[in-house]
Design a protein around this ligand. Sequence first.
Ligand SMILES: Nc1ncnc2c1ncn2[C@@H]1O[C@H](COP(=O)(O)OP(=O)(O)O)[C@@H](O)[C@H]1O
Ligand SMILES: O=C(O)C1=C[C@@H](OP(=O)(O)O)[C@@H](O)[C@H](O)C1
Ligand SMILES: [Mg+2]
Length: 179
Amino acid sequence: MSIELTKNNNKPELIILIGMMGAGKTTIGRALARELKMDFLDLDHEIVRRCGVAIPTIFDIEGEDGFRRRETSVLAEVVEQKHLVLATGGGAVMREENRALLQKGRIIYLKADVDELFARVSKDTNRPLLQTENPKEKLRQLLELRAPIYSQLADVTVETGSGAITLTVRKLKDALKAR
Ligand SMILES: Nc1ncnc2c1ncn2[C@@H]1O[C@H](COP(=O)(O)OP(=O)(O)O)[C@@H](O)[C@H]1O
Ligand SMILES: O=C(O)C1=C[C@@H](OP(=O)(O)O)[C@@H](O)[C@H](O)C1
Ligand SMILES: [Mg+2]
């Protein structure tokens, strides 16, 4: 099967947020969509809605592989939508097939360092990959592996520090306008 993909950077009908767990894809994505008067969809939430069970349950029953298959299948559908801000899950960029699908949108990399990411997600039990003895080390390893991929895919990269969420949304809007 060959997929024909065209990328139109001047007309962001589909904005896609990528980045690590805790980067703020879900939170910032929702706020950005509201600001831009676009629809919002979170890939993880859509997977959960379709399965009827939470992400840790999908990992328990089907393993990470099962989750990734579902992720690809939902991603393939939702990238066809227009007027949409799409928040992906942090690992969605790891499959070649997904990276091709992501090219349908304007890709924004939300960047944060390990300390910041850890501070944001450490109390959340909804991320099965971090249910380990040393979740900070796991975040560090995942970041090391994924950071070059996020950077390579990104049309726009926005640093999200410890500042307010509204500030990050403003930065993002400006960055989108500037391109
Ligand atoms: N820019 C930000 N500044 C401070 N806290 C943030 C920021 N972005 C997200 N958060 C907080 O971090 C947590 C994880 O954010 P979330 O949007 O779920 O990240 P992701 O979807 O990238 O994993 C949430 O509690 C959210 O309120
Ligand atoms: O980084 C990852 O591999 C994952 C990130 C999660 O989404 P967030 O990045 O929104 O936390 C979710 O898709 C799943 O737990 C796997
Ligand atoms: Mg999320």
